[in-house]
Design a protein around this ligand. Structure first.
Ligand code: TRH
Length: 377
């Protein structure tokens, strides 16, 4: 009998909650032969990532995953062997009661947000005992040994390599999106929250030595792009040229294609959690727009990641890269830091690939979860 998993996802805002849980659910089913139910309270957020999904269906099968609408009025179901509560979403009370009644206890995992902070290693895998007798285990993704690792499909890097080896595949992929970069141009994707730093970056790109083609998937940064271009709209098929910068809007693509898009580019601006990790697997230099938290808690996370990431870079490259990320996240002028980064482009590109391979030495998060369960029973 397959081990059964219930993964609970409450969509707070954006696509990160569903992005991570959908990816995890698929991988557990495809690579570990698990029976996975994914409970989602807002299926509207799921459809852009998986366009064949039905936002109104109470139950549907997608890529081997039993996707369920998480109903407001919970209807009893058999509790799974492993219960994943993603990002502290609250499990339904009746489900918790059924967990208490279960003859063989279920493993209850609280899957936490990704952070590079030091304390994560110490807290990963710790139990929390509740007054009602149930025990919840804290599972922390992370970049270092002793954490739960990062989501990475088993064949991901091999697929990227195959994609990169054949320029015709990249060409066809971009063409299908309506992207026809001129030879030698630098391709950059831009996925970010609203950001006052954008104007300075786009201006620096338009005045830079290197021609750049910027691809902007539909999303929250678009209004800032339009403002800088001084246009009302950027239809999908058109490109806008300003100096050395070409700007093009893209549709929001399915999750698998988003990877291909990142692999097709020389530099990727990403945000939140899942696209941030995917950009690292792309092995290209990246720019992270971190999700803002109360009391500026995100700055600690940002700096903790930077401190880890820049290890092994020359001091000047590390400084330029750090300054760029800090300016972007502070909404400050990026002209100087972007120009500084240009001096270290080759080094930063090699470093990104090295970082990717180094991270790939860790067990991936799905693998780590399965092992955690095996060790627990
Ligand atoms: O959408 P996000 O900003 O999600 C955020 C973060 O996860 C944040 O940590 C969380 O607290 C907050 O939501 C509530 O960014 P993220 O995590 O990168 O998720 C975006 C998902 O969308 C990711 O799975 C990649 C996917 N994607 C596509 O599938 N196609 C696209 O075209 C694009 C641009 C993204």
């Amino acid at each position: 009998m397959k081990v059964s998993w219930d993964i609970f996802c409450s969509v707070v805002d954006n696509y990160g909650d569903i992005g991570v849980t959908w990816r995890l659910a698929r991988q557990l089913a495809a690579e570990h032969d698990m029976a996975v139910r994914l409970w989602v309270d807002d299926l509207q957020a799921f459809v852009p990532l998986c366009p064949e999904a039905d936002a109104t269906a109470r139950q549907q099968w997608q890529q081997g995953v039993d996707v369920r609408q998480w109903p407001q009025e919970w209807a009893a179901v058999a509790v799974a062997d492993v219960v994943v509560e993603a990002f502290g979403c609250k499990l339904p009370e009746p489900y918790l009661r059924d967990m208490k009644e279960r003859v063989s206890p279920a493993l209850w995992i609280n899957l936490e947000y990704l952070s590079a902070e030091d304390w994560v290693v110490g807290c990963h895998g710790l139990p929390s005992l509740r007054p009602d007798g149930l025990k919840r285990m804290f599972f922390f993704p992370g970049f270092e040994t002793g954490t739960g690792g990062l989501l990475r499909e088993g064949d991901l890097l091999a697929r990227r390599l195959a994609f990169e080896r054949d320029p015709r595949v990249r060409h066809a992929f971009l063409q299908a999106l309506g992207v026809n970069p001129v030879p030698g141009v630098r391709l950059i994707t831009l996925f970010a929250y609203e950001n006052t730093a954008l104007a300075s970056w786009l201006t620096a790109l338009s005045r830079g030595d290197h021609p750049t083609h910027l691809l902007v998937p539909q999303g929250r940064i678009m209004a800032d792009v339009l403002r800088w271009l001084d246009v009302q709209a950027l239809p999908l098929t058109t490109v806008e040229q300003r100096g050395r910068l070409t700007v093009q809007a893209l549709p929001f693509v399915r999750q698998e294609d988003y990877d291909r898009l990142l692999w097709s580019c020389d530099f990727n601006a990403v945000r939140g959690e899942d696209s941030f990790v995917r950009a690292q697997w792309a092995g290209r230099p990246l720019l992270w727009h971190i999700y803002e938290q109360e009391e500026n808690a995100h700055w600690v996370k940002l700096k903790a990641f930077l401190a880890l990431y820049v290890k092994g870079l020359s001091p000047a490259a590390a400084q330029g890269f750090t300054d760029l990320w800090l300016a972007w996240n502070a909404g400050a002028d990026m002209t100087k830091s972007w120009n500084d980064v240009q001096e270290h482009w080759v080094e930063l590109s090699a470093h990104a690939e090295r970082w990717c391979l180094q991270q790939a030495n860790q067990a991936d998060l799905a693998q780590a979860l399965v092992l955690f369960y095996r060790n627990w029973i």
